[in-house]
Design a protein around this ligand. Structure first.
Ligand code: CU
Length: 123
């Protein structure tokens, strides 16, 4: 009996690991919406970044709206090194960061201490 329980427990654990790595991580890319010619996307800052991946079109000005709801000091700054941007995010406010994604690629953004990260995919 104990043997079966441990086999079932291992199968559940494997299933969870597969789901965690291959299930949700890849397809949470959020497409930016066109708002008057500016592609706009909101990113929740709460225990990390949600969505972690946003997708933009190359050659169209873009606005990333960081909505910071997490009081931890860790998330009070966001860095977009590829765009030369570092910005403070006041708690409970939406901070708009305008970028010009001129070329395709994947650009990482992180918190000030680089513990949390997300990415901007430009196509
Ligand atoms: Cu941090």
């Amino acid at each position: 009996m104990e043997k079966y329980i441990s086999i079932i427990a291992s199968l559940l654990a494997i299933g969870f690991i597969v789901w965690w790595f291959f299930g949700k991580r890849e397809d949470d890319a959020k497409l930016a919406e066109d708002v008057g010619g500016v592609q706009t996307v909101e990113i929740m800052v709460d225990g990390g970044y949600l969505p972690r991946t946003v997708q933009l079109k190359a050659g169209v000005p873009a606005k990333l709206v960081f909505n910071r709801q997490d009081p931890s000091g860790c998330l009070d700054e966001v860095l977009l090194p590829d765009f030369g941007i570092s910005r403070m995010l006041p708690l409970g406010e939406k901070t708009e960061i305008t970028i010009n994604p001129s070329r395709a690629g994947e650009f990482k953004y992180t918190c000030g201490m680089q513990m949390f990260s997300g990415k901007v995919v430009v196509k």
